[in-house]
Design a binder for this molecule. Sequence first.
Ligand SMILES: Cc1ncc(COP(=O)(O)O)c(C=O)c1O
Length: 506
Amino acid sequence: MPANPQTLAPTVPITSLRSPAIARELDALLQAPSLADAITSVSAGLIAWATPSLRPDAQSALELSVSTARMPTPDGEPLGAPGDEAGPFGRAARLAALAFGADHAVFGVNGSSGLNHLVARVLAMAPEPHVLVPVNTHHSLLDALTDTGVAFSRIGANYIPDFEALEPPTITDVEAAVAAAGSPVTAIVLSSPTYEGLHADVAGVAAVARRIGAALVVDAAWGSHVPFMEGGAPIAAGADLVVTSLHKTGGARQQNALLLHRDGTVDWHDVRRAGATVTTTSPSYPMLADIDATVRWLLTEAADAFAHSAALVRRFATALRDRHGDLELLGGQVGVDPLRVTIGALGRRRLTGYVVSDRLVSRGVVAEKRGSQAITFIAPLTLTREAVDATLEALEVALAAGAPDVAHLPAAASPFADADLKPALSAEVVRLLVGAGRVERVVPGDAIGRISAYRTELYPPGIPLLLPGFRVSAGAVGALAEAGETASIVSTGGDWDGRVAVLSHE
Ligand SMILES: Cc1ncc(COP(=O)(O)O)c(C=O)c1O
C-alpha cells in the first residue's frame, strides 16, 4: 500500500463551494438551451457561402462555420463564437466552470495535452518563471515547459515498486523542493489523481503555494469524474488552474478536455491571452457541443452511472483478493480512485504485466496499462457485471504462473530513485547543442551520468524517464532495459533503437 496514506485524503467537497447564489446560477444555466441546441437552431435553412466545406456524407446540423457568429438564435441573440464571455458559448463555459467549482473554463479539443501547453504559456508570463513539477508529471506539460523556456525542477516522490506507481508528492516532498529550488518558485504542479488512482493532498500543497506566492496547477487528466462522485475537487481545495480530460473518465468524446481557472493568483486575462495563441480559428462545433453535453450529463445523471461502475469495480477487486491473495491489489478500497484496479507484484508468479496483458488480449480483454510488475484496469461507464465475470475468468488463465525456468522477477527499485531533480543544462542550451548536431547515440549503460538530448519514456504512462538537459540516471536506464522489447518506448529523438541520445559537449 502507499507509504503515505495521509496524502490520500479526499479533497474539499465541491458542494461546499456552491453557495445558494451559485446553485441558482447553475440551475438557470442548465435550463437554458444547450450549446448543441443553440448551434442547430441557427443552421436550419442556412445558406452558407463559408467554410467548412464538408463532404456530402459528413453534413450535420452541428457542422457550422465560425462565420455563423452573427446568425441570431431563436432568443434573438447572436450565436457568437467560442471564447465569448456571453451568449451560448459564454454560458456553456460558465456552466462548465461552476460545475467544477471554478470561476472560468476553457474548452479544450486536443486533450489535456493541448491544455497543458496553454498552461505552460500562462506560467511563462511570470517575470522569472521557475516551476516545481513532481516526477510523475505527464510529458505534455514537461514538453510545454521546455518549449516555452520555463525553468523547472522536479519534486521527488515515493515509489511503490509492486505497482510500479509513483505516489503524489507529500507536503514534505514539496517543502524540500521549494527549499532546494535556488530561485523563487512561481508555480507548483501536482498530478492528481495519478494513473493508478492515488490523490494528492491538494489543500496542503495549496497552502504551501499561497505561503510562497506561487500558483498551484493540478493536472487532473485522470479525475474528471472525481468532483461528481467522491465529492472532491482540486479547484475547491485551492488549485489555481486545473486541467482535466473529460474524455478519459468523464464520458466525453475523445480529445475533449477542460481547463478550469480560479480567480486569485493567476490572472484570467493571462489565460485568455495564452489561449488565443494556441486556439484554432476553425473550431469543431460538434466537439464543443459534446463538452457542453458532457458537463450537463455530469451535473444531472453521472453520479448514478459512476456509482454503478464503482460497485462493479468493488466486485472485481473483492473477487481478485479472494482468488489471488498472493498478489498485491490497489483498488476497491478507501483512498484509491473507485474506478480502477491495479494488480501488482506479478513477479511473484514469474509473470509480467506484459505477459498477463497478452494473455488477456487473446481472450478479448484489454486493460488500460501494463508494465513489468503490474497491470491497471480502468472501469468504463459501459462496464457490465457479465464483463467483470468474464474478465475474472480470463484472469484465471492469464494469471497462471509463468514458465518455471523464468526467474522470479523482484519488483525493481524506483526508476527515479537516483534521478536528478534539477537540470544540468537549460532547455535553451540543449536546443543550441542539438541544433549544432552535438548529439551522440550510446548504449544505455554508457549514457549513465551523461546529459540526455531528448525526452524518453515508457508509454503508457507517458512519464518521462529521460528529459532533455537532465543527467541520465542508472534507475532510468534500468527501467528502459527491463521494459526491453515488450514495452512501447517513445522518444522525441525519433524511433527508439535501444540507444540513448546524449549531448556530446562534455
Ligand atoms: C497525467 C496526465 N496528464 C495529461 C495527459 C494527457 O491527456 P490527453 O490524452 O487528454 O491529452 C495524460 C494522458 O494519459 C496523463 O496521464
